[in-house]
Design a protein around this ligand. Sequence first.
Ligand SMILES: [Zn+2]
Length: 270
Amino acid sequence: MRVYISADMEGVAGVTAWEQVETIGGAEYARSQKLMTAEVNAAIRGAMEAGATSVTVNDAHGRMRNLLPEDLHLGAQLISGTPKKLGMMEGIDRGFTVACFIGYHARAGSPGVLAHTYSDVVHRLEVNGQEMGELGLNALLAGYFGVPVVLVSGDQVLASEARKMLEGVEAIIVKEAINYHAARSLPPRLAREKIRQGVARALSKKSYQPLAVPAKATVTIKFTDPARAAAAAILPRSQCPDAVTVTYTGADYLEAYQAARSLIALAKSS
Ligand SMILES: [Zn+2]
């Protein structure tokens, strides 16, 4: 049983502010690195207990150098650094049995803690008309490789996003969002215990169904302002139905996924 873990930071217990997840936060950021690493270690422990033969962890936040390699559980391998062609899902392949998303956050425009979709320049994102955030985009990419996402952890808004999209998913709520910048959080040690148990439980289920992925995918991104959309529209084969919206139709989901990330990167750099 090979287990893939994509690890973000905003959904970790105790985290409610950007300073806590950006290097500019200094000591606050360094503390979040420890909290994030500990939640990932709890997931690895749960996976090992359930019989995982290998665990791959992909650092999926910001510059993707947040997890502390020296503190990582010995049962896992770590992918870190950026850029990576598959970004938050680097390293995923058809050989994985299941995937888990740890420390994830809700999509842009939702009432979750630090809710966003890749960047604050994205107002709304859709795949084939269905609104989604990073959870949805990455779960579909796992589905593209035939890998089911069996567990997610984050706040309650992220959990309901996951339950709507992923049948039978274990959604571990480590904090209740009060608003964008405030939450009622579990003590981190308790959050880790829930994650460990949740992963072990999820992996012991007999059957998993990977997400069905459409053969052709159109991604539609509504940016916060026309200047961002104009910058994104530099990407060949993209289209602008209006001043703030850019669309891209990929030959398959993988192409649409990479196009979405490229559009956002272009918009961000403007
Ligand atoms: Zn993040």
